[in-house]
Design a protein around this ligand. Sequence first.
Ligand code: MTE
Length: 859
Amino acid sequence: MDSVVTEVAYGLEIKKIKEITELPFPVRQDSPLTKVLPADLKTKDNFVARDPDLLRLTGSHPFNCEPPLSKLYDSGFLTPVSLHFVRNHGPVPHVPDESISDWEVSIEGMVEMPYKIKLSEIMDQFDIYTTPVTMVCAGNRRKEQNMVKKGTGFNWGAAGTSTSLWTGCMLGDVIGKARPSRRARYIWMEGADNPANGAYGTCVRLNWAMDPERCIMLAYKQNGEWLHPDHGKPLRVVIPGVIGGRSVKWLRKLVVSDRPSENWYHYFDNRVLPTMVTPEMAKSDDKWWKDERYAIYDLNLQTIICKPENQQAIKISEDEYEIAGFGYNGGGIRIGRIEISLDKGKTWKLTEIDYPEDRYREAGYFRLFGGLVNVCDRMSCLCWCFWKLKVPLSELAASRDILVRGMDERMVVQPRTMYWNVTSMLNNWWYRVAIIRDGDNLRFEHPVVANKPGGWMDRVKAEGGDILDDNWGELNDKVEQSERKPRADEDIEMMCNPEKLDVIIAYSEFEAHKNSDTEPWFAVKGHVFDGSSYLADHPGGAQSILMVSGEDATEDFIAIHSSYAKKLLPPMHLGRLEGVNSVTKVESIKENVKREVLLDPRKWHRITLAEKVIISSDSRIFKFDLEHPEQLIGLPTGKHLFLRLKDSSGKYLMRAYTPKSSNSLRGRLEILIKIYFPSREYPKGGIMTNLLENLQVGNQVEVKGPVGEFEYIKCGHCSFNNKLYQMKHFVMISGGSGITPTYQVLQAIFSDPDDTTSVHLFFGNKKVDDILLREELDYLQDKHPEQLKVDYALSDLRHVQKGWRGIKGRLTFNILDSYVRGKNAGEYMLLVCGPPGMNCVVENWCKARKLDKQYVVYF
Ligand code: MTE
C-alpha cells in the first residue's frame, strides 16, 4: 500500500514520499546465511557464516572471494549479500548483535568541533537514505595480468563486483556537523580490523563527500539487513563509482586533513604504478608508492561477457544466440554504448543496454528499509548496466572470438591493449571470449577461471603463444605457426627436482594416499609431492598439508604461496602424475580418457593404424582407430587436419589431409592417400607419403586440427575467411588426390535431402587408373542428376582409350566459361584443389573474368 508522508532531505521538505511495499523495479531480500563452513572453523573467522558457492581466491584465510561469474549475472541487478564479493585484508572483527547500537565512530582532525557518535545516534540524528550502488574491487580481472606477468597481487576473475541497496547517512552530513577547516582537502578513514600492517585505512576527497551526486554514505544495512560481518558489520563507508578499496569497513575513525592518508594500506595498495615499474623496483623504492598521482580513486570503464559462459557448449543451428553481460564505470559517468566484435575488432555491433538504476530514478521519492530513496535527485550513474545482442549462431560459428568494449559519455573507450602494472589493478582491456569448434558444437572459453586453471589464456600460454600479440597469442592456420615451442613454466622450474621430472607416478599410487595422516602426497601443476617431511614446519600447521592429501592442491598452493615457499618443494618432489599436465587438473584424468571429440586445434593427439586398404598401385585408404569407439573426429566440412610423423632421424614431418570418412563416423578416421613412390625423376619420392606407406597396423600417428579458412555449413551456407556466404552453385576443380576435400563437401550436400545446392565438378587426372573415388562420384551423380554434373578429364592423351566419354586434355578458359554461363556473380563459388598448373589456369581465368577473390577457395 502506498501512503503519502512527509520527509526532509538535504534540508528540503519533500512531499508525497511513498511507503512502497510492492516495487516496480528490481529489489531483493535474501535469507541470511547461518552456517559456518568447515574451511573457516580453524581460522579467526570461525564465527562468520558464508556461502559455499563463493570462489576462494586466497585459500581459507584471509577471506577473499568472488561469486561464479554466471551466478553473479543470473542473480540480476541486485546481488544477494551471500554472493557479494569480499575483500578482507585480515580477520573479521567480531561485533555481537547486542553491541551494534553502541558502536562508536570518532570525527577529528582539521575540524572546529570534533566529536564521537554512536551508531544509534547516527540513525537518529541524520537523514537516512537507501540507494543502489555497485561496488568493485580494483583488482577485478587481475588474473589476466598475472597470466601475462605475475605482479604483486592475488588472482581475481571478472566477478569482483556486486550491487546492493545500501542504507545509511551521508558522510558529508557527519563531517559537516564537525565544521571542517577551509584548508581541509581529504577525509581519512580507518577500520577496526587489524591486518598484518596495522588498522586498514585510506582516504577520500572532502569535496566529493560534500557532493550529493557522489552519494558517499556511512552504511549500516545492505539489501535491508544489518551488515554481514564480511561487509563491515556494523558500519562501513560506501563510496559509489570509486574502487572498493576506499570504502572502509568496520569504520572507527574519520580524520579531516589537508593531505592524503598516511596509512600503510593507502600507500602500498590501490595504485596503478607506471607500466615499466617491476615488482623488484616497487619493492626497493617507496617513491613509486608515495606519489599520489598513481593512487586510484574513480573506477575505470569495464564491460564483461557473461553469456556464453566459460566452457558452455552450444549446438550449431540456424537459430540466434543472445550474447550478454554487464558493464560499469567510475565517477558517476554513464556508459553510452557497448559494442561487440566477431571479427577481431575490424567491425563492431551495437548492443542493447538496460540501466536498471534508472527505474529507481524514474520512481521519484519513496522509502525503503527505513531510508529515503532519492535516486531522482541525481544525474550520476552509480550502478552497473546490462547489455545484450542476438547474433545468428552461424555467424558465431564462422568467428574465432567475441570481443566486447564500452564507451562512456565522455567518449572514453576501453583499450584494446592491456596496461600491465605491478599491482595489476584496473585491468580493463577488451574482454575476449574465444570460440572453439567441437564437431557440431561451439565451445566458449573466457580469458581465465578465477580460482583454478582454465580459460584461453592458460591454453595459449601453455602452447607458447604470446597473449599480447595481435591475435591474442592464438594460432592461425599457417603451418609454420603451428610449430611453436611451449613456454617453460616458472612454477615447475622452481618446485621440481630436475632429476624427477621424468618419473611417472601412477594415479592409483597417488590416490592411495588420500586422507593419509603420515604420508600426505599432493599434486601441484601435475607434479606429485610428499609433504611428510614438512608437516612439523608448515607455518599454517600440519593440517594445511593433510587437508590436501591425495588431492590436487594447485589452486590454493599457487594462489597463496610465494616463490620462497615454492623453492622449498624440490626435496619433496616425487615425479609427474600420469595423464596430467601443468594446466589440467587431477580430476581431468578420467575426462582425458573419454574426450568426445578427437581434434583439437592446439594439441596433437594420437590415433592408431587399424587397416590399410590398397585400392590401386599407388593409392591407399588408411583406416585409423580414434581414442575410443564413441569418439567423433570433429572436423567441420571443408576443413582439413594435420598428420604428423617422425622420420628415421627423429625429425617431424607434417602434411594437411582431408579424410574420406564422414564427420559423423564414430571411432574411425579414413584417409585416402596417393603414395609418391621413388622414381627416376624423384629419387626420394614423397617423403611423407612413403613414411605413411611403411606404417604397420598398430603404429600411431599424431593429428591436430581443424585447419582451413573454408567451411561448408549446410544448404549452400558456408564461411570463408570469417565471412558468411550463401551459394546456389559450386564449381569444383579437382586434380588427382585433390578430390578429397571436394568429396567432403559433396558428401555434406548430398546427405542432406533439404540441400538443393548444385555442383559442377571438373576432375582432372593423367590417366584412367589415377581417378580416385570414381565409383562414389558416379553413384552421387546417378542419384542426383539434376544437382550434380561430374566431368572427368584425362591429360595424358597417349593413355586415352577408345570410347572415353570424358574430356580429353587439361582445364581451359572455355570449360570454365561454360560452367558459369547463365549464373550471376555472387551466386556461385569455385572450390579448387589441384596441382599448381591447374590452380594457375583458374587464377588467370578469374583475373580475366574479374571474379572477386572472395568467391574462389584454394584448398
Ligand atoms: N576495510 C577494512 N577495514 N579492511 C579491509 O580489508 N578492504 C577494502 C574495502 N574496505 C577492506 C576495507 C577493499 S580492498 C575492498 S575491494 C572493499 O572493502 C571490499 O568490500 P566488500 O568486502 O564488502 O565487498
